[in-house]
Design a protein around this ligand. Structure first.
Ligand SMILES: Cc1cc2nc3c(=O)[nH]c(=O)nc-3n(C[C@H](O)[C@H](O)[C@H](O)COP(=O)(O)OP(=O)(O)OC[C@H]3O[C@@H](n4cnc5c(N)ncnc54)[C@H](O)[C@@H]3O)c2cc1C
Length: 371
C-alpha cells in the first residue's frame, strides 16, 4: 500500500515511521523544509503542563510518550547517530493553587511518569538549589522528562530519507485534494503536479483549516503563536524543569535552558518580539534568579495547531474512504506524538487499537454552518 502524508512535523514523521515499520510505502510532502514548524519550536516536555487541566483523552495519549520515544531512539540512534536526548530531570510546579488538585490527580490516576509529592524547605532546596528562596514550596514530579525535539526530528528525517520504502519531498506544498465518489484520486501540488497514492494523510498542523472548504467540513485548527527564549548555562547547572503561571524552564543535557512560553492569536506570524521576550525572561528569573548571569543565545516563535478541546483529530475523515487526519494537538503534540501516530497506523491498517479511537474521531468535525 502506498500512502502520501501531507506535512512533515512530528505528527507526519511519526506516522510515516509507524507505517513503514508495517511494510507500507510512504511519500511525505512538506511545503517548506521538513521538521521546521511547531515541532521544532516546541519545548519537548513529555507531559501536558498541569495534566489535570486537560481532558483525559489528552493524558491518555501523552502518558506513553516517553516510553515510545525511548523505543524509537533505541532503534534509530545506531542508524542515524543522533540521540533524541530524553532528559530525566523531573519537574517542580510552584503554582500554589494547583498543589492540592495536582497531588490528588497523581494519586488518583497513577499514570506512568505522574507520581508527585509536596516539597518545602530543605527537601525542596536539595532537589533544586537554583530556585528563588522566595519560592518556599512546590509539587515535584520526579519522573517527568523532556526530549530535545530538534534532534528527534533530525534523527527521524535521517532515518526516513535513507529508507527504501520512503520518498521525501520538501518545499512541495500540496494545495488541492481531488475527490471523486468518496475517494481521493490524487492531490495536486502548487505547480499542478498530480500526486497519486492509495491512501492520504493530512498532518498539516496549524495549517489544517486549509482543507475545510474542499472537504466541506469545519476543521477548527488554528495557529496559536508561542515564543521561546534560549539561555546557555553550564551542563547540569539547572537540575529540574520548573513551572509557574504557565511559564517554564527546560534544561537540556548540554546546559541550554529553553524558557517559555507565550500565547498569542496573531495568524501565521512567527516573528518574536522584545516585549514577549522580556515577559518570558522576567517570569523565568522569578523562578531562577541566577539565570541572569548567562547569555540568551536564541529567541523564536512557533505556531501551535490549536483545537477547541486540545484533543487531536485522529482517524478517517468523514465520508472520504481513503483520507486520514492526524492534527490539532495544540500544546501537546510532542508528548502525544508517538501514541497518536500509533493509533492512526492501527486504524489505517485495520489493526486492534491500544486505546479507544472514538475519543479522537474526526466525526467530531462538523459541516460548516451556512449563514
Ligand atoms: C512554543 C511552543 C512550545 C511547545 N511546547 C511543547 C511541549 O513542551 N510539549 C509538547 O508536547 N508540545 C509542545 N508544543 C506543541 C507541539 O510543538 C505541537 O503540538 C506539535 O509540534 C504539532 O506537530 P504537527 O506535526 O502536527 O505540526 P507542525 O510541526 O507544525 O508540522 C506541520 C507541517 O505541515 C506542513 N504543511 C502545512 N500545510 C502543508 C501543505 N499544504 N502541504 C505540505 N506541507 C504542509 C508544515 O510546513 C509543517 O512542517 C509546543 C509548541 C510551541 C509553538
Amino acid at each position: 500500500m502506498h500512502i502520501a502524508i501531507i506535512g512533515a512535523g512530528v505528527s507526519g514523521l511519526l506516522t510515516a515511521l509507524e507505517l513503514i515499520e508495517h511494510g507500507c510505502q510512504v511519500s511525505i510532502f512538506d511545503q517548506q523544509q521538513a521538521g521546521q514548524a511547531a515541532s521544532w519550536a516546541g519545548g519537548g516536555i513529555l507531559s501536558p503542563m498541569y495534566p489535570w487541566r486537560y481532558p483525559q483523552a489528552v493524558n491518555t495519549l501523552a502518558q506513553n510518550g516517553k516510553t515510545l520515544y525511548q523505543q524509537w531512539n533505541q532503534k534509530l540512534q545506531p542508524l542515524t547517530g543522533i540521540d533524541f536526548e530524553i532528559h530525566d530531570t523531573g519537574m517542580l510546579i510552584f503554582d500554589e493553587s494547583d498543589f492540592e488538585i495536582g497531588l490528588n490527580y497523581a494519586k488518583k490516576h497513577r499514570e506512568p511518569m505522574q507520581h508527585a509529592s509536596y516539597l518545602d524547605g530543605n527537601p525542596l532546596q536539595q532537589v533544586n538549589s537554583r530556585i528563588n528562596s522566595k519560592l518556599e514550596q512546590a509539587i515535584y514530579f520526579p519522573e517527568l522528562s523532556n526530549i530535545r525535539n530538534p534532534r528527534l526530528l533530525q534523527s527521524i528525517m535521517a532515518y526516513l530519507k535513507q529508507h527504501p520504502l520512503v520518498r521525501f519531498f520538501e518545499h512541495r506544498p500540496v494545495v488541492k485534494l481531488h475527490i471523486q465518489q468518496h475517494q481521493i484520486g490524487y492531490v495536486l501540488d502548487e505547480s499542478g503536479i498530480k500526486i497519486e497514492a492509495d491512501q492520504f494523510v493530512i498532518a498539516t498542523g496549524a495549517w489544517s483549516q486549509h482543507w475545510s472548504q474542499q472537504l466541506d467540513l469545519d476543521i477548527p485548527v488554528h495557529p496559536v503563536q508561542g515564543q521561546m527564549v534560549l539561555f546557555k548555562a553550564p551542563a547540569q547547572w539547572l537540575p529540574t524543569m520548573c513551572m509557574n503561571n504557565v511559564m517554564y524552564l527546560i534544561p537540556r543535557q548540554d546546559g541550554h535552558i529553553v524558557c517559555g512560553s507565550s500565547m498569542a492569536h496573531c495568524g501565521f506570524n512567527t516573528l518574536p518580539d522584545s516585549t514577549t521576550k522580556q515577559n518570558i525572561v522576567d517570569a523565568c528569573l522569578e523562578m531562577v534568579p541566577e539565570l541572569a548571569q548567562f547569555p540568551i543565545v536564541k529567541q523564536w516563535a512557533g505556531l501551535r495547531p490549536s483545537s477547541p478541546t486540545g484533543i487531536p483529530y485522529i482517524g478517517q475523515v468523514p465520508e472520504i474512504d481513503n483520507l486520514w487526519i492526524n492534527a490539532g494537538h495544540f500544546r501537546n503534540g510532542l508528548c502525544m506524538g508517538p501514541a497518536s501516530a500509533q493509533l492512526l497506523r492501527q486504524l489505517m491498517l485495520k489493526q486492534p487499537t491500544d486505546i479507544n479511537p472514538a475519543l479522537y474521531s474526526p466525526e467530531r468535525l462538523s459541516k460548516p454552518v451556512m449563514v
